[in-house]
Design a protein around this ligand. Structure first.
Ligand code: G3H
Length: 541
């Protein structure tokens, strides 16, 4: 049996899917949340297919999970109007609500969200092929992120519940919302990464237009009711449809105050340019990345191998933080590759519900073909696939390929593969990977593997000015979520972390007055009467 035939056997018949991982039924969404209502949709729909295939009489077919509305610009504009009305130039119920009340709404939402855990986790698994274990982790991490966000906001609010007196001026400084936020998340962390922008945006008093990711759409459906019941009408509005049909008009309206997108820099650039007043538009963006590992002659090879496997193949390499190019010192390249091949060969491949599975089918149509092209292009320019069966494709599954030696003529040298291909570039002088990073259009993170103090220090200083996080002897990653997550060049705009996101989705506003008896009296009266939610010394516990 060929390896490809062997691989095809991972796609078991539908009846062999364990009952506890099956979806209860096809999920055919015919409604969306807009202006506080679940609006019915009778128009066009998009059929959602899983990366998981089943053998059928017609060959292997991707499982149909359900469908969702493909709305038009009209519905998107109605949702925009709802968000604009709910914001009401900053005078709406939500932007003027006290922070503790807003927190209570988010807490109520989170409780309802947790009730939907089972179905949301299953949908993550079926829609994007993420292992069941990682889908659970994604859900739990998101809930933890929300609670951490609430705690961070309480801290910010407590710090702001005081007056500052400077040069005869008394002031209270708080953070205020920015307006209407257009939020779009990525397919690889469709719940978590979307919510790391959506939740801070809402909790700071903004109103929202939320477009679920193209793959990873249905998993948001069970949460719409929770949004509807937890927030005033018009605070959270969903938009469904083809991005290139519904989003341009929203941007051209000039009514979007904040664009938050985890996706490609190309899309972000196109959208920003559509806004009639770019100076008014805030952008909080997580974009392309091609994080490098630099494995020096003084590295612990075993450790570098373990971290390279995690860094380049977790969720099949479909992480923005994945290690997407590996520079290895020539003197240890053979040993490194030998060990890497062994480690990759040990990874379990199969269906996302299988215990211990590391490699699973890919959700993006055309992705296996793209990765195949990258491998063929690398081969044409002198690289070899170093591991047995590397790059073998079976329907939606791509077996990892280790490519060596990779050089600057290959497209894999610069392009973000976002998949299970590990390009290895040999080097003799540390200046080579440094120059790669300088020339790169990306600037998210890097991993250095070395146990030599001087060498590591000499790399840290130039690299912190090329990327936003230098990892020593470990893979690149976003977490812990309290750490700043950002990037230089085309990799990001703005900073996300539990605390930074709250800052990113708000602006400081202050109320100030000259310190004299009349004003002191006035300010005290306002505070004591509790007539203002902003000018207040109320303390949230
Ligand atoms: O796709 C990018 C994610 O933010 C990666 O998060 O590094 O924690 O897996 P992670």
């Amino acid at each position: 049996m060929s390896f490809q035939e062997e691989l095809l056997q991972i796609f078991v018949p539908e009846k062999d899917v364990p009952a506890e991982y099956q979806l209860p039924h096809e999920i055919n969404q015919r409604e969306y949340l807009s202006n506080g209502e679940m609006k019915q949709w009778n128009g066009a729909t998009h059929t959602v297919v899983s990366p998981v295939c089943f053998p059928t009489d017609n060959g292997f077919e991707r499982k149909v999970i359900g469908s969702y509305p493909v709305c038009t610009e009209k519905e998107a504009m109605e949702a925009l109007d709802a968000a604009v009305a709910a914001y009401n130039n900053g005078r709406g119920e939500w932007p003027t609500m006290s922070v503790d009340k807003r927190i209570k709404c988010v807490e109520a939402f989170t409780k309802k969200m947790i009730e939907q855990k089972d179905i949301v986790v299953k949908l993550i698994m079926w829609e994007i092929g993420k292992s069941y274990a990682d889908s659970v982790k994604e859900f739990d991490r998101t809930v933890e992120y929300i609670y951490a966000t609430i705690d961070a906001l309480k801290d910010i609010d407590r710090d702001s519940s005081r007056f500052d007196i400077e040069q005869g001026i008394i002031a209270q400084i708080r953070r205020s919302p920015l307006g209407v936020v257009l939020c779009m998340g990525p397919f690889n962390y469709p719940l978590n990464e979307t919510f790391t922008t959506l939740i801070p945006a809402i909790i700071m008093g903004n109103t929202l237009l939320f477009k679920p990711p193209k793959h990873g759409t249905l998993l948001h459906y069970p949460l719409l009711k929770a949004f509807k019941e937890s927030f005033p009408k018009g605070v959270v509005n969903t938009i469904y449809g083809r991005g290139n049909t519904i989003v341009p008009g929203l941007m051209q309206s000039g009514k979007i105050d904040v664009l938050t997108l985890i996706g490609s820099s190309k899309v972000a650039n196109q959208l920003k340019k559509l806004h009639p007043k770019v100076n008014r538009l805030r952008a909080i963006l997580g974009l392309d990345a091609k994080n490098a590992a630099i494995i020096t002659a003084h590295a612990d090879i075993q450790l570098a191998v373990d971290e390279t496997v995690l860094g380049s193949l977790s969720f099949n390499g479909q992480r923005c933080t994945a290690l997407k190019i590996i520079f290895v010192h020539q003197s240890i390249a053979t040993e490194f590759i030998t060990q890497l091949k062994e480690a990759v060969a040990k990874l379990k491949y199969g269906m996302p519900w299988e215990k211990g599975v590391a490699l699973t089918p890919l959700p993006e149509p055309g992705k296996p073909e793209y990765l195949h092209d990258c491998i063929e292009d690398a081969k044409a320019h002198g690289a070899k696939v170093m591991n047995e069966n590397g790059g073998t494709i079976a329907e939606t599954f791509v077996y990892p390929a280790i490519l060596y030696p990779v050089n600057d003529k290959m497209k894999i040298y610069r392009e973000e593969q976002f998949g299970p291909v590990i390009p290895i570039v040999p080097f003799t002088d540390l200046e080579e990977p440094i120059q790669y990073l300088i020339a790169s259009t990306h600037g998210q993170q890097v991993s250095i593997f070395s146990n030599d103090t001087e060498e590591t220090a000499a790399l840290i200083d130039p690299l912190v000015n090329q990327v936003s996080r230098v990892n020593i002897n470990c893979q690149c990653q976003r977490g812990p979520d309290v750490f700043p997550f950002t990037g230089r060049k085309d990799s990001a705009e703005g900073t996300l972390s539990v605390v930074d996101a709250l800052r990113s989705f708000s602006i400081r506003s202050l109320v100030a007055t000259k310190m004299n008896e009349k004003n002191k009296h006035l300010v005290n009266d306002i505070v004591n009467s509790q007539h203002s939610n902003f000018l207040s010394t109320k303390y949230i516990f």
